[in-house]
Design a binder for this molecule. Structure first.
Ligand code: FMN
Length: 356
């Protein structure tokens, strides 16, 4: 087998294992910033909880709640099995689903394509494809449409991950020409394109530059959850200069709460998806009140998907986690008097008061 394909497959499986099993890759730095904000609860909500409506339309697709399973994986047999579990759970619960990087499809890995083809288990839900900005820069024109068409995805995410690449043992270090490549590819794509980070957050400068392109929206992937700097640091397997840098910079970037606010201001009228360290429906509600149209969660669903050996049980476990997020969101909406997601979007958040 081609050495690069073999190396890419090994990297993908290592990423899954480290992300799922190493506690130090979670919640580095200052956290998401969401714990210092709260809603005021009404104990006289004057609403019927069962009539609280969590449904939204996102990227032209109807969802049961403003929630997506975040971009994670694909490209190997193990990754394909995880994708099938996650996609089936998303279909059963009516939430969106994001593929992990489709780079192996561009690298010509013959087996990779199958791990991204999920319409048989997820025929109706929103599916978003994914490619790295570096791979997009180096790909032939039309790559975005090809990646969307072969997987029957409704939209494509382009991920920015300069911190991850800088720390990664085999990472790309030359980031020149990436912005121009995104702007050009988007203008030629017939599929809606969104840009995301992978856990270091989109800063104001990044958002302002992206807003000048024709992208359909952004996903924050802010600081406070899975740290790709820390995952790559651990892959060095010892104390190397880059491993040291990766650990120091594990929480570097823009926390999720701040990134969501900045994204909403920079992208009025375009899609803003909050992500990065979101672990429950209360945090999801807070992000929507900060300006997000929807939220994505990656790591919590990976943990559920890998619980147990039986794939049917794993789907049930992911469904329970998704339903837990939606139920928490629904009860939060009830308790703050928000009958719909548009009411929630107008709800006020305040700094957490003292106990006095
Ligand atoms: C195992 C794993 C693999 C990931 N792979 C990708 C990827 O291929 N492309 C991408 O854009 N983001 C990828 N991410 C980043 C997530 O989409 C997300 O932005 C990040 O993990 C922060 O969210 P979280 O704290 O909920 O995990 C991956 C995350 C995990 C946990």
């Amino acid at each position: 087998m081609d050495h690069e394909i073999e190396q890419a497959r090994r990297r993908k499986d290592e990423h899954l294992r480290i992300a799922a099993d190493e506690p130090s890759v979670q919640r580095p730095g200052v956290g998401t910033g969401l714990s210092s904000l709260d809603f005021e609860m009404h104990s006289l909500p004057e609403l019927d909880l069962d009539a609280v409506d969590t449904r939204v339309t996102l990227l032209g697709m109807d969802l049961a709640a403003p929630l997506l399973v975040g971009a994670m994986t694909g490209g190997t047999a193990e990754a394909g099995a995880v994708n099938r579990i996650l996609a089936e759970a998303a279909e059963r619960t009516g939430v969106g689903f994001c593929l992990g990087s489709q780079r192996p499809m561009l690298d010509g890995d013959p087996e990779a394509r199958r791990s991204f083809e999920l319409r048989d288990v997820a025929p109706t839900t929103l599916i978003c494809g994914n490619i790295g900005a570096i791979q997009l820069r180096d790909a032939p024109p039309g790559a975005l449409d090809m990646l969307a068409e072969t997987t029957r995805a409704n939209a494509m995410f382009v991920h920015l991950n300069p911190l991850q690449e800088a720390v990664q043992p085999e990472g790309d270090r030359d980031w020149r020409g990436v912005y121009e490549a995104i702007a050009k590819a988007v203008s030629h794509s017939t599929t809606p394109v969104l840009v995301k980070e992978v856990g270091a957050g989109l800063s104001n400068a990044t958002l302002q530059a992206l807003a000048l392109t024709g992208i359909a929206g952004v996903e924050t992937a802010g600081v406070g959850g899975t740290s790709w700097s820390q995952i790559e640091a651990l892959r060095h397997g010892g104390r190397t200069p880059r491993a040291i840098a990766g650990s120091v910079l594990a929480g570097f970037g823009t926390p999720t709460a701040r990134s969501v606010r900045l994204a909403r201001a920079a992208f009025p009228g375009r899609v803003v998806i909050a992500s990065g360290g979101l672990r429950d429906g209360l945090q999801a509600a807070k992000c929507i009140a900060l300006g997000a149209d929807a939220v994505a969660m990656a790591w919590p669903f990976l943990i559920a998907a890998r619980s147990g050996r039986d794939p049917a049980r794993a789907v049930d476990a992911v469904v329970t986690e998704i339903e837990g997020v939606i139920e928490t969101l629904r009860i939060t909406m009830f308790l703050i008097g928000a009958p719909t997601v548009s009411h929630l979007a107008r709800a006020q958040l305040q700094p957490v008061p003292g106990l006095g």
